[in-house]
Design a protein around this ligand. Structure first.
Ligand code: IMP
Ligand code: MG
Length: 181
């Protein structure tokens, strides 16, 4: 499905082996915490699509019961957040569900705040966030308490691309997570 491009043009922040290893650990942690429960994962397209697929494959290998739906949440143009978040795809399957939101990166926190609020509104019985990356130094003042329940890596205030993360639609297919500069 993914035809990885070489990352040569950009400095590598997290290489594919490091990413793979960390996702194995995350899957083990998630499978343990949801033991005996069905997980309703909501993958935030498009950035989290590769991460989510790899994570769900590992969860399935551990016997976890996962049903996935894709949602979209748009807030970004170029390298700066616009402040307005449009969420779509959250529908009737949510009531009573144990929802795991799978996101690529938490930056200001606006997207995850908007998504989790909609999910609570839709009657989810629990809502947890699993983010590939977290940039806590970028969090808006009012959203400092917003933290992922599961997170692969914390990163500094850098714009990153690859492994699903894009810059205006480009570079998602890089196999490593790289610094855009
Ligand atoms: P937030 O709403 O400010 O937390 O932004 C979250 C969204 O912005 C993420 O889901 C990404 O799509 C995008 N984003 C934030 N930082 C980066 C980055 O460094 N690279 C690529 N996309 C980013
Ligand atoms: Mg995103």
């Amino acid at each position: 499905m993914i035809l990885p491009l070489p990352s040569a043009k950009f400095p590598v922040l997290l290489g594919e082996d490091v990413i793979r290893q960390r996702i194995n650990e995350l899957a083990a942690d998630i499978a343990t915490q949801y033991s005996g429960k069905k997980i309703t994962s909501l993958t935030v397209l498009e950035g989290a699509s590769y991460f989510s697929r790899d994570l769900r494959e590992r969860l399935a290998n551990r016997g976890a019961d996962v049903v996935n739906y894709d949602i979209t949440a748009k807030s970004y143009v170029g390298t700066s957040s616009t402040g307005v978040v449009q969420v779509s795809g959250v529908d009737g399957e949510i009531r009573g569900a144990d929802v795991l939101v799978i996101e690529d990166i938490i930056d200001t926190g606006r997207t995850m705040a908007a998504v989790t609020e909609q999910l609570r509104h839709a009657g989810a019985s629990s809502v947890r966030i699993c983010s590939l990356l977290d940039k806590p130094s970028r969090r808006l003042d009012g959203l400092r308490g917003l933290r992922p329940d599961f997170c692969a890596f914390t990163v500094d205030d850098l714009f990153v691309i690859g492994y699903g993360l894009d810059f205006n639609g480009q570079y998602r297919d890089l196999r490593d997570i790289c610094i855009y500069r």
